[in-house]
Design a protein around this ligand. Structure first.
Ligand code: SAM
Length: 244
């Protein structure tokens, strides 16, 4: 019987007396190397596709090791100078939601002035904070979709929204407008620049003042946009805007 399997196999096979298909020995390397290569190639390709998909769908901060690494890295730093800016615009005792609270260092600071609700899309960060603050008001929230029926006088984030794509950030700003009370204030900090990079699957989108302002100014009144130093002069910026 003449059989053709594309570049994997071609040649004449016979059927033995016991009904088994017998491939010709003299059919040459093409007929036995190619299927093996093909299987290895498909296996490798499946493996790579899985790896790549996992890398981009898994939340980096849903890995306890990454959470611990961040806690160690961030030890000793806080957003005090940012909170001091916010105080100029948002009166004390206001209800404020922090997005991407991480270890909760800024949430503790904010709680000295405001009624605070912490949030993150990593349950691990929320659990870690809950261990030391049983009564904390915490929400598991994605900063992009902000799926909550609650409303707030203020929304604060410190180095969180750069993990969203530009489109996702626009979506987030619109949702923030929905959940802010009239005259509500939003305060966010970002890395300054105009590029995007991925580190261990995590997105880092850098922004300029002009780009950020253009993304919010049709929905909010921009109150302040300024550069500051996180590690070195001008590596960061913050934006304060009010629900119009
Ligand atoms: C660089 S850490 C900053 C943590 C904290 N704001 C601080 O200043 O230490 C980024 C935080 O944002 C959270 N995060 C990342 N993407 C998020 C998203 N789409 N929604 C909510 N939180 C997110 C991470 O889980 C992490 O806690």
């Amino acid at each position: 019987m003449e059989v053709s399997g594309g570049w994997c196999f071609s040649g004449t096979v016979t059927v033995s007396e016991r009904g088994q298909i017998v491939f010709p020995v003299e059919s040459g390397p093409k007929n036995w190397i190619n299927p093996i290569i093909m299987i290895y190639f498909l296996d490798y390709w499946n493996f790579r596709v899985l790896q790549i998909t996992e890398r981009f769908t898994m939340n980096y901060y849903n890995d306890p090791n990454n959470v611990q690494d961040y806690i160690n890295l961030a030890e000793g730093s806080d957003g005090r100078e940012l909170v001091e800016v916010l105080i100029k615009y948002l009166p004390e005792a206001a209800a404020i939601l922090e997005l991407g609270m991480g270890p909760g260092v800024d949430l503790d600071l904010l709680s000295q002035y405001y009624r605070v609700t912490g949030s993150d899309n990593s349950q691990i960060f929320l659990d870690r904070y809950r261990e030391k603050n049983e009564a904390a008001d915490l929400l598991l929230l994605d900063a992009r979709t902000l799926q909550t029926s609650r409303s707030f006088d203020g929304i604060y984030s410190n180095k969180v929204l750069h993990h969203l794509s530009e489109e996702e950030l626009k979506e987030s700003f619109l949702r923030q407008k929905d959940i802010l009370l009239p005259q509500g204030i939003a305060f966010h900090s970002f890395w300054l620049g105009d590029r995007e990079e991925f580190i261990e699957g995590l997105r880092f989108r850098y922004y300029s003042e002009n780009l950020l302002i253009s993304m919010v100014d049709s929905h909010f009144e921009v109150l302040e946009a300024a550069q500051y130093a996180e590690f070195e002069a001008g590596d960061s910026l913050y934006l304060v805007h009010k629900k119009a």
